[in-house]
Design a protein around this ligand. Structure first.
Ligand SMILES: [Zn+2]
Length: 334
């Protein structure tokens, strides 16, 4: 699926997978993980399909990969995933951020234990890992985590080094940004354009991903010379520019709503940018609805955005995920 939401058809002969796998090995080496390390992967597979999957069988036998379902998991399925992980004891946990944070919440909320097991690395992909999710993963699994930025068409684009900067897969891709696309005068962010440099039946040239980022201009303290993305703000459709020209990325809401004092009242959230310039916050309350928390949030939003806008609070039982299984933190009213 392309950035426009329309299906994209392209030819592939395995070259993209090959360079992506090479980059995965490189990423793991940054964290001291050797090739052949046991790994559990939460993938876009149905739990009903998995037992009969030849792919899962080959991955287990040849690569020491234990494949787990990664979409719309129930408490029972998290329980099964946890049992499989404790039995297999993978050095690396890899997959959908929502699946891994969901497992972490399941462990925390149900008083479950990892016993003596600790992974060495968590790799989140397919969706951004927000700060509060990183904190939760570190708290439960007590290991380092990294984030992999990739897309179906060109493969792995960049990944976080131990210092926290995204390094571009520069040996296989040329990454540029097109700053003029964003109307915010205060930002150097631009829409990401990717060109594939490896031999492939269908190269992508300055392919527009629909993501917004900023190219780094200084060297990373980790010592790696691969180009950096100093700021990966998310999908361009998730960026909102206020009346005063302030650019608001999804992480702004994560910082605000996951503050310690507010987080105890909010289990899940989604922000809707209304057509009239106001904001609607769909909130799944935790420990009941708090008028005090709502008032505090209203003040914080107004202060942070430095503008008076209509703010509407809607309390809901759950926030549905996209068909892909990804969480949608922000959306624009149509
Ligand atoms: Zn670095």
């Amino acid at each position: 699926m392309g950035s426009s939401g329309e299906p994209i058809y392209y030819y592939e002969n395995g070259s993209k997978s090959a360079v992506s796998w090479a980059y995965e090995l490189l990423l793991k080496s940054w964290y001291g993980i050797e090739p052949g390390a046991a790994e559990s992967r939460f993938m876009r597979l149905s739990k009903d399909y998995l037992p009969n999957s030849i792919m899962a069988c080959f991955r287990r036998l040849l690569w020491r990969h234990w494949i787990l379902p990664g979409l719309s998991l129930s408490a029972r399925e998290y329980d099964q995933c946890l049992s499989a992980i404790l039995k297999f004891k993978p050095q690396v946990l890899w997959g959908f951020v929502s699946a891994m944070t969901g497992l972490a919440e399941f462990i925390r909320d149900n008083g479950r234990s990892l016993r003596s097991y600790r992974p060495e690395l968590i790799v989140g992909w397919a969706e951004p890992t927000y700060d509060h999710q990183k904190q939760l993963l570190a708290e439960i699994f007590q290991c380092r985590s990294t984030s992999l930025y990739s897309c179906h068409e060109v493969g792995h684009i960049a990944a976080q080094c131990p210092v926290g900067h995204f390094h571009v897969n520069q040996e296989h891709l040329l990454v540029e940004t097109e700053p003029a696309l964003l109307s915010s005068p205060t930002s150097q962010l631009g829409e990401v354009l990717v060109t594939s440099l490896y031999e492939t039946p269908m190269p992508f040239i300055r392919y527009r991903l629909g993501d917004v980022a900023q190219l780094g201009t200084s060297a990373c303290p980790c010592g790696r010379n691969l180009q950096t993305l100093s700021h990966l703000a998310g999908r361009s459709s998730e960026i909102f520019v206020t009346k005063t020209g302030r650019m608001v990325a999804p992480n702004f809401w994560c910082h605000l709503l996951r503050r310690g004092d507010l987080a105890e009242y909010i289990k899940q959230f989604q922000v809707v940018y209304r057509k009239d310039g106001g904001y609607r916050l769909n909130l799944v309350p935790k420990n009941g609805v708090s008028q005090a928390a709502e008032s505090q949030l209203r003040i914080l939003i107004t202060q942070s955005l430095e503008e008076e806008s209509a703010i509407e609070f809607v309390y809901v039982a759950e926030i549905p995920r996209l068909r892909s299984g990804k969480a949608q933190l922000v959306l624009h009213e149509t």
